[in-house]
Design a protein around this ligand. Structure first.
Ligand code: DX5
Ligand code: ZN
Length: 226
């Protein structure tokens, strides 16, 4: 079986927000998705941007948006991001009492639907829901802040997800988020991830576009082909 090409998704959380449009342009044509972290200061302690800023940014680039909602009450807010034109809208399992219903709403609004699993959340209870989703985002840190150290033990969840997705022939992107860099992306790819969020490793580099290309090369070498 041929594995799908890896997705590299720079996270703008590590970008210079005063020059956001330029920072996005620096990865345009190189990155696959733009990862946009929405935090509400309730689900996580941090606060970032909301719908009006995301709408402006959508108008400034052709890159598909991978919106990662770290917010409470995603049923109330998530569909608006799909309506605004986000390619993929991911919400947290911990914040949702009916993930499948929200996934249906997102797909009906024309977006891919993503389910995120935070550091301390086991994956097992959610495995049976995965046919309703296009993306499974497995945090490789505790959600809330960029620049944290990658936690290798969380790749056990990636391995479990990969086994489950392959056994069920699911069309599911398995995405990792947190501490993904040149020294961690290969392990994540070998565990079965095929979409990679990278904030600090891209926007902390002197040439963000070149950093994306380098990460892609490492992921391509390691993404599992069986
Ligand atoms: C953190 C965010 C991440 C963050 C990753 O909660 O979900 O997307 O930007 O940043 P790095 O790549 O620096 O760990
Ligand atoms: Zn994220």
């Amino acid at each position: 079986m041929t594995a799908p090409a890896p997705i590299i998704a720079p996270s703008i959380l590590a970008a210079d927000f005063a020059r956001l449009a330029d920072e996005v342009r620096a990865v345009e044509g190189v990155a696959d998705w733009l990862h946009v972290d929405v935090m509400d200061n309730h689900f996580v302690p941090n606060l970032t941007i909301g719908l009006p800023v995301v709408q402006s940014l959508l108008a400034a680039t052709e890159l598909p948006f991978d919106v990662h909602l770290m917010i409470e009450d995603p049923r109330r807010w998530a569909p608006a991001y799909a309506d605004a034109g986000a390619y993929n809208v991911t919400f947290h399992a911990e914040a949702s009492d009916n993930p499948v219903a929200l996934a249906k709403d997102l797909r009906a609004a024309g977006a891919k639907a993503g389910l995120a699993i935070d550091r301390d959340t086991p994956l097992e209870p959610y495995l049976e829901l995965l046919p309703s989703f296009d993306t499974l985002l497995i945090m490789t840190i505790k959600a809330g802040f960029g620049g944290q150290r990658f936690i290798p033990g969380l790749l056990d969840k990636v391995r479990l997800a990969r086994r489950h997705a392959d056994a069920g022939h699911l069309e599911l992107r398995i995405e990792v988020d947190g501490g993904i860099a040149a020294d961690t992306i290969e392990a994540a790819a070998q565990a079965g991830a095929d979409a990679f969020v990278a904030g600090t490793a891209v926007y902390g580099a002197s040439d963000p576009g070149a950093a994306v290309t380098a990460l892609r090369g490492l992921a391509e070498r390691s993404v599992r082909t069986t």
